[in-house]
Design a protein around this ligand. Structure first.
Ligand SMILES: Cc1cc2nc3c(=O)[nH]c(=O)nc-3n(C[C@H](O)[C@H](O)[C@H](O)COP(=O)(O)OP(=O)(O)OC[C@H]3O[C@@H](n4cnc5c(N)ncnc54)[C@H](O)[C@@H]3O)c2cc1C
Length: 377
């Protein structure tokens, strides 16, 4: 496409990655973000960056900063029983010709700071506390008015505004909403112990507990709890509830529960929501990406990875076509099946964890997804 202007709605992981990628291709890029500063859209504690996330970040020059700020692991992880007995090694799948670790753990604030500084260095304009009020797409461009009263015309609008996207309504007919899968994720930061050298999974009787290294002296504990969706602010006695869920666990998880799961304020509880929007992911000059079209539950640590890949592929497609609609069609073609596999397999693992899919082999399913993710974008 002739180099023009792009508005990215949403300055989360996917929106910032896309903004860096398209700006590097020569597009004049603006990001509007609802929240007031770089850290305010960062929920939670840490993030798993699988090899394919690092590969995509490498393509926009951000991988080495993430590795330097995080914990690059020598393997994907290991599976242990509820009592802490070792069951199985999970090496991860190497990408041929790519020298990156199978997994990097990182705090979300550090990831956001890295993406933000790369976006600014590339020349992206970031506007906080701002969103659109109107999008008027006339087929040759999009007239946008903003909440601060300003207005502008853009060649392309990218909806990267997350699972409850408002941009989605400009692309998709009818009501499309994510569904709560019946699990919520507890997460809490803990000191890094020597045993946490990769993702440590301990399968419990009613949910999966895990440990993820995210820095030289920091890790986080997660537990996927089968529970009704909590209303915001109902996190009373989170530490007590999490300790109850973790009561059956021995080994490392039991030790960490007793020593570190003590303070409600440290604990983040997030509902797990799932969504895959049917193609096409665009209408005229507005295109969607990330959780706005494929909200992925955390079971494979792939949601943000897919959002970053979306941004890189979208930039490549816009670079290769004069007609934005042809670029968007190629983008959806290259992304849809890959994202759907991750959405569906994450849900399968959730169903198995909740006891609704007996006999399901979650390790084989994880290995399969990692193998597919190692294939070219
Ligand atoms: C418990 C949990 C754990 C997870 N762990 C991992 C993991 O380890 N690894 C991994 O890869 N993924 C993980 N994910 C998934 C990952 O967090 C998401 O897939 C990823 O953040 C999606 O990025 P996004 O940019 O599409 O959306 P978001 O990160 O949601 O960003 C959307 C941004 O848009 C902004 N916004 C919203 N509406 C508007 C608007 N109207 N105008 C302007 N701005 C707007 C928001 O403030 C936000 O900054 C996890 C998810 C959950 C729930």
């Amino acid at each position: 496409m002739a180099r023009g202007s792009i508005l990215v709605v949403g300055g989360g992981i996917g929106g910032l990655a896309a903004a860096i990628a398209v700006q590097q291709k020569g597009f004049d890029t603006t990001v509007v973000e609802l929240h007031p500063d770089v850290r305010s859209s960062v929920h939670g504690v840490g993030i798993i960056q699988p090899m394919n996330a690092l590969r995509a970040l490498d393509m926009i020059g951000c991988a080495q900063d993430c590795i330097a700020a995080g914990y690059p692991a020598r393997r994907w992880g290991g599976l242990y029983s509820t009592d802490g007995t070792f069951i199985k090694e999970m090496p991860g799948t190497p990408v041929p010709g790519v020298d990156l670790p199978p997994m990097n753990g990182l705090t979300r604030p550090k990831l956001h700071a890295i993406l933000t500084s790369h976006a600014l260095e590339a020349g992206v304009t970031l506007r906080y506390s701002t969103t659109f009020t109107e999008l008027e797409d006339d087929g040759a461009g999009v007239d946008v008015t903003f909440t601060d009263g300003s207005a502008g015309r853009f060649d392309v609008v990218v909806g990267a505004d997350g699972v409850h996207s408002r941009t989605r309504g400009h692309v998709v007919e009818g009501e499309v909403a994510p569904s709560y899968i019946g699990q919520s994720a507890y997460r809490v930061n803990i000191p890094l112990l020597p045993e946490i050298d990769s993702i440590i999974l301990q399968a419990g009787p009613a949910g999966m507990a895990g440990l993820v290294p995210i820095g030289k002296d920091l890790a986080y504990l997660f537990y996927n709890a089968h529970m009704a969706k909590q209303s915001p602010g109902s996190g009373m006695d989170s530490a007590g509830k999490l300790r109850e869920y973790l009561a059956p666990f021995g080994g490392l998880m039991g030790r960490i529960r007793d020593e570190f799961v003590t303070d409600d304020r440290d604990i983040v509880l997030r509902p797990e929501e799932s969504l895959i929007v049917d193609a096409p992911w665009h209408r005229s000059r507005v295109v969607l990406m990330g959780d706005a079209v494929h909200a992925i539950t955390p079971h494979l640590g792939q949601g943000a990875a897919q959002a970053i890949e979306d941004g890189v592929v979208l930039a490549d497609c816009l670079d290769g076509h004069d007609d934005p609609e042809a670029a968007f069609a190629e983008y959806t073609d290259r992304r849809f099946e890959r994202c759907k596999l991750v959405v569906d397999t994450s849900l399968d693992i959730a169903e198995w964890e909740m006891g609704r899919k007996p006999g399901f082999d979650n390790i084989a399913a994880t290995d399969h997804v990692l193998e597919v993710m190692a294939q070219p974008l």
